[in-house]
Design a protein around this ligand. Sequence first.
Ligand SMILES: Cc1cc2nc3c(=O)[nH]c(=O)nc-3n(C[C@H](O)[C@H](O)[C@H](O)COP(=O)(O)O)c2cc1C
Length: 170
Amino acid sequence: MQRHVDIDKAIERKYPEQVVLVTSRGKDGKPNVMAVGWICVASGEPIMFILGIDEDSHTFELIRETKEFVVAYPHEFMKDETLIAGSCHGDEVDKIAKAGLNTQSAKKVKAPLLSDAVANFECEMIDIIKPGDCALVIGKVVAAHVNTDPLLKRLCTVDKGHELAGVRPI
Ligand SMILES: Cc1cc2nc3c(=O)[nH]c(=O)nc-3n(C[C@H](O)[C@H](O)[C@H](O)COP(=O)(O)O)c2cc1C
């Protein structure tokens, strides 16, 4: 049975929601990392992602400048790193250093891979659209990498207030 409620109330039931870490690198060479929950696959051939990224974020500025970024899937124990990536701005804090994230060079883009992530997807930005109040960045995946440990599980947002946890089969 369904009860009619305000849209704001119903959307609170959306969890679990995936969370990713988006890395970028400015033309000055400085890397950045940001947490993003609003992401989905937008094309299968070629694989593309669409990400809702706040226009006030440093990441948005860097992606617009370089047209490149990396989408990394944090593993279930990367909660602290993900909260750091999602709680301050890269033009004020070196979040990669603060979070102690290990990085390595990507193959086709200048943004770094996160060595400990479940998977990394190198993306070329192909468009930015704004159908609502959030800019949607569309990226085409041009190279991909997976962790050598195949058993790592992804981190998800499991409830309001950025409550993060691994999601495991029951
Ligand atoms: C779990 C989580 C999910 C988030 N999802 C988004 C998102 O989808 N879009 C967005 O613009 N910001 C999102 N944020 C907030 C950004 O990560 C945050 O504003 C960050 O400080 C921006 O970093 P930057 O300015 O260095 O790019 C999220 C934060 C957390 C903790």
